[in-house]
Design a protein around this ligand. Sequence first.
Ligand code: HAM
Length: 418
Amino acid sequence: MDYQAPRGTQDILPEDQTCWRYVREKGEAIAQRYGYSRIDTPTFEDARLFTRTVGEETDIVTKEMYTFADRGGSDLTLRPEGTAPVCRAYIEHGMASRPRPVKLYYLASIFRYDRPQAGRYREHHQFGFELFGEADAAADAEVIEMAWRFYRELGLITLPVQINSIGCPECRSAYLSALKNYYATCLDTACSDCKTRYHKNPLRLLDCKKPDCRAAAVKAPHAVEYLCQDCKIHFDKLIAFLGAVEIPFEVNHRLVRGLDYYSRTVFEIQPAEEGAQSTIGGGGRYDSLIGQLGGEHTPAVGFATGIERIIINLKRQNVAVPGMPAPRFFIAWLGDAAGLAAFSLTAILRQAGINLIQSLSGRSLKAQLRQASSLGAEYALIIGDSELCKQEVVLRDLLRSTQRSLPLEGIVESLRSV
Ligand code: HAM
């Protein structure tokens, strides 16, 4: 065949939908329990929304965005992350006037022109949760607790949540100077990307994955040692709140995240079984973002998790995912007149809310019953000419191989009580 799904994208086949539905239902239940309302934003946005918020020097903006000019000449970008679009919608629809905090969640496809590999795709899907209008560290802790419980309720075992504070714009500048002073002494051994980061985005020096750079990062100064008084109080409170709800966490001084809009809290969660692309979810506080987009200053914190990565880990950790319910009944028939009656009976039963599959051709009864079993049906309803004459159907229990006749009159009630 000439066509295949584009590189880095995937078809989600019917057999994959069991896992998808499981994750979707758990995510929606958690969103409801923590008071989040669903929001859906467009698949594409004005390109500047992302270049200005995610950060001009980030990998997402420099290498990964799908940006195109539409026929009207506007520069548009396929959503490379979900937070900036939700902030845009928050401002555009005057949500600042709603009772605070405003809590919104989304389930959206995300596009990043990345090098595809296991767990890393060019189109993936995220469950995201954004909380607006609360500056207290209790909000950060509640978001982290919700993320951790989401994985726990899915049946996933995770490592302790990694947290860090990268401070506010004021105290960060002192930290960035310290970081640059430190890296100035070891820049000659750094990779070429890090040499650029040193000048353009020094925080990201800390999360380079190359071995020499990792070794250098181990001895780098810690952001938490440069926090101003308010940021330090915030971080200490976060730790106290996480302790109060017994969320296992550890401070990772090298955690900085790949998007530039964060301030103070950043966090990530990894599954217990490590592998490439192991982070399943991450987020943090982004108090300046709404103001940066032209809204009134609004503190905010959020989190997003990749559904594909969750599913990879459900499989790795052998989590038993409940299957899709099979149709209970299958209608088999023999002869043209019975076929017509079966077709009409199927319609009546479906309108009464009974799930069933009908045979669409008058093959041998054996072949029809084989089809019923392969679909996982519990019962077959069989109609032939003699049943039609007597105005009844045969109800065959496919597991026990027993059968009995049921009158057509009152069939809906009879099947409901089977
Ligand atoms: P992020 O860490 O870039 O954060 O993405 C969130 C999650 O999406 C990751 O932890 C990972 O599970 C998944 N993910 C990211 N890239 C890929 C990929 N190429 N293939 C498969 N899965 C991927 C954000 O996007 C922020 N907007 C999160 C946030 C929400 N911060 C505050 N609120």
